[in-house]
Design a protein around this ligand. Structure first.
Ligand code: FMN
Length: 192
């Protein structure tokens, strides 16, 4: 097997979750943007997530002004709606929840709503915006997390096999494969 050096390096880290980020305008109109670049930065204490957003996006302006946003993780069944939210600006269509046929539910601690149809939702306050290149890095502190009761197991933990998350890989949408093992299974055996 030979290794070939690619001529163009583009979006090299994959897969990433496809995420719907909700923001809100000054008049209360909510907006949504599809992101392939949404990731954990600090995982427990504090919980900080990162978003990479292009300065030209309407959502960039709204999140910067409001200082808050929500992160909503769709299922693979929602691929078309995710693509719709990522193919037109809220500047053009107005309320993107209405445009995409999604339901806005009030958040508990922040102004932007959460997406009812997404099984997992994070409420976030903006920490800062760091210039990073063609996209800027938005760091957000997660102040609340919601999970559909149907996606919890008997112990109140997220039942991963019920999430059916949507992944973004090199410009394509993919759904997940199957369970391969728990973190650390190489030491302890698959279940544990
Ligand atoms: C699957 C997918 C992933 C995307 N990832 C990003 C991203 O990580 N950062 C970004 O700035 N735009 C990304 N976009 C583009 C925005 O979603 C798109 O420009 C959107 O229309 C912006 O909406 P707004 O102007 O209402 O904020 C992505 C689009 C799709 C379809």
């Amino acid at each position: 097997m030979a290794k070939i050096l690619l001529k163009r390096i583009f979006r090299p880290v994959y897969p990433t979750p496809a995420a719907l980020i909700a923001s809100v305008a000054a008049d209360g109109t909510p907006n949504l943007i599809t992101l392939g670049e949404c990731f954990n930065i600090s995982i427990a204490d504090p919980v900080i997530v990162g978003l990479a957003i292009m300065p030209s996006r309407y959502s960039y302006e709204l999140i910067k002004r409001c200082g808050e946003f929500t992160v909503n993780f769709p299922t693979a069944e929602m691929t078309e709606v995710v693509d719709r939210c990522g193919s037109v600006s809220g500047r053009k269509v107005g309320n993107k929840f209405a445009y995409a046929g999604l339901t806005a539910l009030p958040s508990t601690l922040v102004k932007p709503p959460i997406v009812a149809e997404c099984p997992v939702n994070l409420e976030c306050t903006l920490v800062d915006i760091i210039p990073a290149g063609d996209h800027d890095l938005f760091r957000g502190r997660v102040v609340a997390q919601h999970v559909d009761d149907s996606c919890l197991d008997g112990s109140g933990n997220i039942a991963v096999e019920r999430l059916n998350p949507l992944s973004y890989v090199l410009g394509q949408y993919w759904s997940g494969g199957g369970f391969l093992g728990n973190h650390g299974f190489s030491k302890k055996g698959k279940s544990g």
